[in-house]
Design a protein around this ligand. Structure first.
Ligand SMILES: [Zn+2]
Length: 372
């Protein structure tokens, strides 16, 4: 190739690239103007967008982060804080007291017994919510959420992850309820007085609830404390479904068909949960969404939503982000404040009334059926 011809060719390619870039800029500026005009002339669209942003997330581990890092819940360095909740479109957030025990307590440097740790965490929750009356207020029933919303406030719902602090004393469930706890997972990843944890061993995973666990389910039903079956064995799940007189929740689990982790629910479990009027909160943990994944992608979250709708029905879908409990995952949407990006992707697959159900309607129904 001749040098002069070469230079002319490069100049020609540059010209084409420049033209292409300018064209793209013109098109994108024009699209922005068109979109802005469209929104201005369609107040319903703007209203619908606001409607979508009323999220109830059924699980996060932010309180433990708060306990360990000793930074405020309002704006501390967490995946969820009150300012991020506001920005992301929160209607209500379930704050779990993750009652650490066994080697997890050792790893976290916590030497308190489970019940004593629960007491400290419950006090921390109470103080943090009381410190922020301009942003959030507690909700003890579904109606409280509406009342708080009318005052321009988000709602907080206190929950427990791992019933280990019950320690075989049924009256402790009453005590937790009077402290404001409205949902409790029967187990975490250890055996406790109620049952056994999920396991890769099919024999262990088939174990049902203990006799005290059966009493605990009855007492939770009577009080109006929602039964959370995430982390439980499949045998325990079946017992809880059979015994509970009220709809129950898998607060942070996904579909086993798409992510083979034993914490995820099989098609059979999804169907049973849906038939019982229960709900499942999609967990954002990357390896739950897809085997061996480290990226918690929006696409995978949407895939689980679409799949669970097929197996359990639209009325079984909800959110269970597990934020602040999924440190090993890289989040495509950064943190809770990125929720609108997830909703935007979801709106390509679900109608507005379905999005309402996923975001808050389904949880409000189950909350009402349990706690009034
Ligand atoms: Zn968990």
């Amino acid at each position: 190739m001749q040098p002069v011809l070469h230079r002319k060719l490069i100049a020609g390619v540059r010209h084409v690239l420049l033209f292409f870039r300018q064209s793209v800029m013109i098109v994108s500026v024009q699209s922005g103007i068109v979109l802005a005009r469209y929104c201005a002339h369609d107040p319903d669209l703007r209203k619908r967008k606001e409607e979508y942003m009323k999220i109830i997330d059924m699980h996060c581990d932010t309180l433990l982060e708060c306990y360990q890092k000793k930074q405020p819940l309002r704006n501390g360095p967490y995946q969820i804080n009150l300012e991020k909740l506001k920005k992301g479109g929160c209607l209500a957030q379930c704050f779990a007291i993750f009652v650490v025990s066994h080697d997890t307590a050792d790893r976290c440097g916590i030497s308190l017994a489970p019940y004593d740790f629960y007491l400290e965490m419950a006090e921390l929750y109470r103080k943090e919510i009381e410190n922020n009356p301009d942003l959030i207020a507690p909700a003890l029933c579904a109606e409280d959420i509406a009342k708080n919303q009318a005052k321009g406030l988000m709602s907080s719902i206190l929950t427990i992850e791992d019933a280990v602090a019950v320690d075989g004393r049924i009256e402790r469930i009453d005590e937790f309820f009077s402290d404001g706890v409205r949902m409790m997972s029967l187990t975490w990843n250890y055996e406790n007085c109620i049952g056994y944890p999920n396991s890769v061993d099919p024999r262990l995973h088939a174990k049902g609830l203990k006799s005290f666990g059966i009493q605990a389910v009855e007492r939770m039903n009577e009080l109006g404390m929602i039964i959370d079956v995430s982390h439980l064995t499949e045998g325990g799940f079946d017992d809880a479904i059979r015994l509970s007189s009220k709809p129950l929740i898998a607060s942070h689990s996904c579909a086993r068909a798409l992510g083979s982790h034993q914490r995820n629910l099989t098609d059979r479990q999804l169907k049973l949960l849906g038939e019982k009027g229960g709900i499942v909160g999609i967990n954002f943990c990357a390896p739950f969404l897809e085997d061996h994944a480290v990226l918690s992608s929006i696409e995978n979250i949407v895939k689980h939503m679409v799949y669970i709708k097929e197996k359990a029905g639209i009325e079984a879908l909800a959110w269970g982000s597990d934020l602040d409990g999924i440190d090993g995952s890289i989040l495509e949407y950064e943190d809770y404040a990125g929720f609108p990006r997830i909703l935007e992707a979801l709106s390509m697959h679900f109608k507005p009334d379905e999005l309402d159900r996923i975001n808050h309607g389904n949880f409000l129904r189950v909350f009402r059926d349990n706690a009034g």
